[in-house]
Unconditional design. Structure first.
Length: 406
């Protein structure tokens, strides 16, 4: 079964003078028709601070756990970084190495020195690149770079990681980035996970490392179609703004433009995990409108195409111009709530509590105190305000129920 998409707007009718509408694009992944070959690169911080709280030992246990999840056709790479970087295990087909050999490499992960995360990511990227065109694979290649760090890069600022994350993404590699402890640079971890269309997260305890590695490797096995993106072929005069990935994690999106087509890059499509994009369209005024033009039928704002390795789907986003007050009053509140929740959760993920509070206050005026999403966001904003990194990370998760954000 191929993937498919559905679209909704908060207002199906707009006045001739134009307005702004909010929309959602839901992506259903379809079902997997062939197996996958996982290319996993573990990029592990082995700086001196990883000694604290048993983090390095739990990291070794996490690697051992990953080894138990791999199939013979999968490939594993292990890169460690402290002041220097080391390829502890070159890209290796799992069926070509004994478990004893693999465990010997795991034991080489020892903590000491500073933190050179950038070079560690670059080494892992190059290692995965050597597998990209390998012949004779039994399934679709799915590439993951799993980053674990408890410190700040000693040579690079957070904004400098955007370029390397983009380079990783351009190779079809998704980054799952995790920070643990109180000393890592949260903006760096967030930039890596967002730009490379993966996820970013905070690990509360060293015992969470195994779960982080294990879930990421298992999720890679359920990929239906990698390299997914939405192409929005927008009509003349239509503007697209405020684009966010809502599900599986609230993240803001920078659009790529090709002529009049906006590209929204998506995480890999995985079984049983729908995705959602929320965005705004500015609908232009109708030029030289006459009475005959009003209520003349749907006007296309954008033709939407989902492309991914393994499938394609199409849909159209349309509105109707009208001066009928009853039609103009039609309003899909759930779409508006989806957008507002996603924006607020993205702000909370960045720790921008003041901005989130302002937006929640506006939601309250529009939807009232009794609206469940408003009350939930108030509570979540307070948790982030009183808490720390764990609460910020958790705030970006939007739980769906029957394909709707609640």
């Amino acid at each position: 079964m191929p993937p498919h998409i559905t679209t909704e707007l908060n207002r199906p009718y707009v006045p001739p003078t134009g307005t702004t509408v909010t929309g959602t694009v839901d992506v259903a992944p379809g079902r997997k028709e062939e197996g996958v070959v996982r290319h996993i690169a573990l990029c592990i911080d082995t700086s001196g601070s990883m000694h604290q709280g048993g983090k390095i030992e739990r990291a070794r246990e996490g690697v051992r756990w990953v080894c138990g999840l791999l199939d013979d056709e999968d490939y594993l790479t292990i890169v460690s970084f402290d002041s220097e970087t080391e390829q502890v295990l070159r890209p290796t087909r799992w069926g070509d190495i004994s478990r004893e050999e693999a465990m010997e490499t795991v034991d080489e992960l020892t903590a000491g020195g500073g933190t050179n995360m950038y070079e560690g990511i670059e080494m892992a990227r190059k290692a995965l690149a050597t597998l990209s065109d390998r012949e004779g694979m039994s399934g679709t290649p799915v590439r993951r770079l799993l980053l674990l760090s408890d410190g700040k890069d000693q040579h690079r600022e957070p904004h400098e990681f955007n370029d390397i994350a983009q380079a990783v993404d351009n190779q079809g590699i998704r980054i799952e980035a995790a920070g643990i402890g109180d000393e890592y640079e949260e903006e760096t971890i967030r930039t890596l996970g967002t730009t490379a269309r993966g996820k970013w997260t905070h690990l509360q305890e060293s015992g969470d490392i195994e779960e982080f590695f294990g879930e990421a490797v298992e999720q890679a096995k359920s990929v239906v179609a990698p390299d997914a993106q939405l192409e929005l072929d927008v009509a003349p005069g239509v503007e697209v703004s405020e684009v966010y990935r809502a599900v599986p994690q609230a993240q803001d999106v920078s659009l790529d433009w090709e002529a009049n087509t906006a590209i929204v890059k998506l995480p890999d499509l995985t079984e049983r995990e729908e995705q959602r994009v929320v965005l705004k369209f500015h609908v232009p005024a109708v030029e030289d409108i006459t009475a005959a033009d009003i209520d003349a039928g749907p006007v296309t704002l954008a033709d939407v195409t989902l492309t991914a390795r393994g499938g394609e789907a199409r849909e159209t986003i349309s509105v109707e111009y009208t001066e009928d007050p009853d039609k103009l009053a039609e309003y899909n509140e759930s779409v508006q709530l989806d957008h507002q929740q996603t924006v607020i959760k993205t702000e909370l993920g960045k720790g921008n509590v003041s901005a989130a509070e302002t937006k929640v206050e506006k939601m309250t005026k529009i939807h009232g105190d009794d609206a469940t999403p408003v009350n939930e966001l108030k509570a979540e904003t307070q948790l982030v305000k009183e808490g720390g990194r764990a609460e910020r990370s958790q705030a970006t998760q939007i739980v769906t129920d029957d394909d709707r954000i609640q």
